[in-house]
Design a protein around this ligand. Structure first.
Ligand code: F3S
Length: 444
């Protein structure tokens, strides 16, 4: 009846140098006591402190770590240095020393995206100095063996964890995707824990790494059809409001569900709430039935999503807008896959984006290259738009100069961008966003 059981490990362990709950193997002790260098000792100390706070009894091996360490002017201003080794030592490994950082032991990538599109940074109004600083940071990370994926959707570009695989991923939309859709295991990690995990190939064995913490607590049904990507986005946002950090099992969904809809659902539910795992029997990886997801227990609560709920979410996500004029359209939060880019290109075919409008589609840089070779980048550019990579407005903290009101098909982007950048936002489906780009007006 229970969900997959993963990672029994009977290797002998003893108490860590800090004397807390975390027990270490001999191999981990040798990293912790400085025998393998100051950076590994700092990384192990960080993981032990973190694990002790969480009450973890041990660490678990991981060979799939995605974190965020592209350093730019905001970081160097605080530490008054542009030296990437110092920045990595102090920001990522919480050290007061400039450490001798060895190559990473785990397969590692930069997941949470940086503030720059490496090809279009001038469109973002970045200075030469900022561009150079970010390039130095990327060069340093790649010298350690970190893949510069620079995307919140690594699973679109080759990093697809397997069911039961212990990972240490950071980005809040990617975490529910790999936990739920793929059945991998990760908590939402931070910059520091992922840096330490990259060097040591370890992460605290706690939270969603443990089978007993992966059962559903809440039963959810929908009173209305949830089919389109737009409906899944709104559904996720509503569910996050109600659940905070609980685990839902959603009943009554007939598969298959478009993976883009599951991506948008996970991004939404982990924006309005902190839901890192959801079960949809017959669709997601682990639960075969509602009873299986609940581990035979009664749900704490049952929730029903109605037409009124959907309307309330759409109204809320449009509530920052005081008018209908649009000067900026953003597609690709989380980063778009090839099907999404192709759909946007087709919607724009033979049409012209309004003068003065900025139209940006965000995607991983590897997919931009494929989209270019497939002709879709040209189609979007001929209409007056751009395909951007490596970054996004909310995380990079930028909007086109003078932008006042933007439109997006992402509940996550419209949740975050208005408070971060002081713009107003409109939320609707992709076709409505393309129409707004052409006419300059939002039509609900
Ligand atoms: Fe990705 Fe930025 Fe959205 S990091 S999930 S495009 S807020």
């Amino acid at each position: 009846m229970t969900l997959d059981h993963v990672s029994e490990d009977s290797t002998p362990r003893r108490t860590s140098p800090r004397g807390g709950s975390v027990q270490l193997t001999d191999e981990e002790w040798s990293m912790a006591d400085g025998s393998e260098g100051d950076a590994l000792a700092a990384a192990m100390d960080l993981l032990i402190r973190y694990g002790d706070i969480l009450g973890a009894e041990r660490l678990v091996k991981t060979n799939n770590v995605c974190g965020a360490f592209i350093f730019g002017p905001r970081h160097s201003k605080v530490l008054e240095t542009t030296d990437p080794v110092t920045l990595f030592s102090e920001w990522a490994l919480d050290s007061r020393e400039r450490l001798s950082v060895p190559p990473v032991r785990a397969h590692s990538c930069v997941q949470l995206i940086g503030p720059r599109d490496h090809q279009n940074w001038k469109l973002q109004s970045l200075s030469d100095a900022t561009n150079k600083e970010i390039t130095n940071s990327e060069d340093y990370l790649s010298s350690l063996g970190v893949s510069i994926l620079n995307t919140c959707t690594p699973y679109h570009v080759g990093n697809v964890p397997t069911r039961g695989e212990h990972c240490a991923w950071m980005e809040s939309s990617a975490v529910p995707y790999i936990n739920s859709v793929l059945g991998a295991r990760t908590n939402t990690e931070g910059r520091e824990s992922t840096a330490a995990a990259m060097l040591t190939a370890r992460i605290p064995y706690t939270g969603l790494h443990l089978t007993e913490n992966r059962h559903a607590t809440h039963l959810v049904r929908t009173d209305i059809p949830v089919n389109s990507i737009f409906e899944w986005s709104a559904f996720g946002y509503w569910l996050g409001w109600h659940l905070r950090d609980q685990i839902p099992v959603i009943d009554g969904i007939r598969g298959p569900v478009d993976p883009i809809a599951l991506k948008q659902f996970g991004a939404s539910v982990n924006s309005s709430g902190d839901v890192e795992l959801f079960h949809i029997p017959g669709v997601t990886a682990e639960a075969t039935s509602v009873e299986h997801a609940l581990n035979g227990r009664a749900p704490e609560t049952e929730l029903v999503f109605t037409r009124r709920d959907l309307d309330a979410v759409v109204e809320h996500l449009n509530s920052t807008a005081t008018g209908d004029e649009i000067d900026f359209v953003m597609i690709g939060c989380p980063h778009a896959n090839l099907a999404q880019i192709r759909d946007v290109a087709r919607l724009l075919e033979g049409r012209k984006i309004k003068d003065g409008m900025t139209f940006w589609v965000f995607t991983p840089s590897a997919l931009r290259e494929v989209a270019r070779r497939s002709g879709w980048v040209d189609m979007i550019e001929r209409a007056g738009g751009r395909v951007m990579a490596d970054t996004c407005p909310a995380i990079g903290q930028f909007v086109p100069p003078g932008a006042k009101r933007f439109a997006t098909d992402s509940a996550k982007q419209v949740h975050y961008l208005p408070p971060i950048m002081g713009v107003e936002g409109r939320f609707g489906d992709t076709a409505a966003c393309v129409e707004a780009a052409i006419t300059g007006r939002w039509v609900a």
